[in-house]
Design a protein around this ligand. Structure first.
Ligand code: UD1
Ligand code: CA
Length: 477
């Protein structure tokens, strides 16, 4: 059976009170509409079309980025969901088979549920099938009105419902499968005879019933899947529900999560079995955590990979690669292009940007490494700085293997340090250092004796100095 998917995304989303169209609000790794498209993907639809209207340019640009295969049709005026689907069918031309229609704001819908709905619809050769759910609070939603035999009689919007109909707790989730030809014929008969003066897609169900065409309700096993999003409070509840779902899947697959309530893993991130997530962890985008790694507490990883047995504590990383058995943090910042090879260490108050550290290389304390290549088993001393920016251009520093840089070394790029070289503490290194050399680049020390006693006489420092000098003289004499 040929399948076509139509996503309704022209609405305004007024209650979000946002400059960003509602469908584009992010929810753990995808936009709202991105989640809906992901749920529909396994249907294998020949064509997918989104109806856009409000801030159509922004929505279209977003779709082009996340799902370039999706085409769009413009609904210039939002005259209702029936009107939107009519415009979609006109844009699609002569589609046959099954047409799946989805509201763009039901991000918790599972692909399995949608698949089951479409299969049940096709197996029954129904004219239309709606996803229904029994919910504790149906306020604002369309109600499924049953006939005496328990079949679907019609769908009534809350504002058009009688008090008895309002008491119904079985709701329309806004997710449907239709026979294409039957849908096209029914849409032509829609009126705007309702409280909002709109063409309601939901009215096609009563039209089918009147002409004796079979309609069906497919009940969602978990009503949570049908939740829509109308304001930021609902967005937050959906996010928490999705977090719980993702964490449950991870725990069932063998990941230890110490505090699921504070662990936020995007649907696009992956965590292998026997990884351990401590409290307050965010894994965003294409991040991945390999087996045996321990991440957290207090870690945000964005598009960052963590290798097996690595440890990442109180850190923020963006587009970084943390190799196996690497130790990061506490208090480290890895920026795009930071690549830490196996058994390396990035310690406390360390920032690394666009730099590769070879196997076993350590940057333990208070250091900025920018635009650099560092070899294997090198140790960068405390307080080192890579002066990579002249104010106009960025330059590269190359440091070899088995190098030991002492505390407070500054590398003025471009500069190269050979294998096995050392630097002296406090050196400003602007010239290349050959392999095995000790580079000393600092002023010689000068002691001005008695300066404190002469210029700060009577202070505690001067008195301490005098006592110490007397004791020394006594020992010597
Ligand atoms: C709709 C259903 C209601 C169901 C609810 C589920 C109708 C008449 N009612 O109500 O039975 O319980 O969804 O959430 O369909 N849209 C357009 N163009 C329009 C109007 C809407 O593209 O002219 C899009 C919206 O962007 C949204 C979807 O259609 O994605 C639903 O629109 P919305 O206004 O939220 O419909 P509801 O009144 O909530
Ligand atoms: Ca809605």
């Amino acid at each position: 059976m040929t399948r076509t998917v139509i996503v309704l995304a022209a609405g305004e989303g007024k209650r979000m009170k946002s400059d960003l169209p509602k469908m584009l609000h992010p929810l753990l790794g995808r936009s709202l509409v991105g989640h809906v498209l992901a749920a529909a993907a396994p249907l294998g639809a020949e064509r997918t079309l989104a109806v856009v209207g409000n801030r159509a340019d922004q929505v279209t640009a977003h779709l082009a980025e996340i799902a370039p295969e999706v085409s769009t049709a413009l609904q210039a005026q939002q005259n209702g969901t029936g009107h939107a689907v009519r415009i979609a069918l006109e844009a699609l031309g002569d589609v046959a088979g099954t047409v799946v229609v989805l509201n763009g704001d039901v991000p918790l819908l599972r692909p399995e549920t949608l698949q089951a709905l479409v299969e049940a619809h096709e197996n029954a050769s129904a004219a239309a099938t709606v996803l229904g759910a029994e919910v504790p609070n149906p306020t604002g939603l369309g109600r499924l009105v049953r006939d005496a035999d328990g079949g679907l009689a019609r769908i009534v919007e809350e504002r058009d419902a009688t008090p008895e109909q309002r008491a119904i707790r079985e709701i329309n989730a806004g997710i449907y499968a239709f026979d294409a030809a039957a849908l096209r014929a029914a849409l032509a008969k829609l009126t705007t005879d309702n409280d909002q003066g709109e063409e309601y897609l939901t009215d096609v169900f009563a039209l089918f019933v009147a002409e004796g065409s079979p309609v069906r309700v497919h009940l969602a096993a978990d009503a949570v899947e049908t939740l829509g999003c109308n304001d930021r409070a609902e967005l937050a509840s959906l996010r928490a529900l999705l977090r719980d779902r993702i964490n449950l899947d991870l725990m069932r697959s063998g990941v230890t999560i110490i505090d699921p309530a504070t662990t936020w893993v995007d649907v696009t991130a992956t965590v292998e079995r026997d990884a351990l997530l401590e409290p307050n962890v965010q894994l965003r985008g294409a991040s991945s955590v390999a087996s045996g790694a321990v991440v957290g507490p207090d870690v945000t990883l964005i598009d960052t990979s963590v290798g097996e047995q690595a440890q990442v504590v109180r850190a923020h990383a963006v587009q970084a690669e943390i190799g196996p058995n690497v130790s990061v943090g506490p208090y480290a910042y890895l920026r795009p292009g930071a690549r830490i090879a196996r058994k390396g260490k990035v310690g406390t108050f360390v920032e690394i940007k666009n730099a590769s550290l070879g196997e076993g290389t350590k940057v333990p304390h208070l250091t900025y490494v920018g635009d650099a290549t560092i070899g294997e088993h090198t140790n960068i001393g405390a307080g080192n700085l890579f002066a990579n920016y002249s104010g106009t251009t960025k330059s590269h520093t190359t440091i070899g293997s088995h190098v030991k840089t002492s505390c407070d070394t500054t590398f003025v790029a471009p500069v190269t340090i050979g294998d096995g070289a050392y630097t002296a503490a406090g050196s400003v290194i602007g010239k290349d250092v050959p392999p095995g050399a000790l580079a000393v680049a600092r002023a010689h020390q000068r002691n001005i004796e008695g300066w404190v006693q002469r210029t700060r006489g009577g202070t505690a420092s001067a008195e301490a100095a005098e006592r110490a000098l007397k004791e020394q003289a006594g020992e010597e004499g």
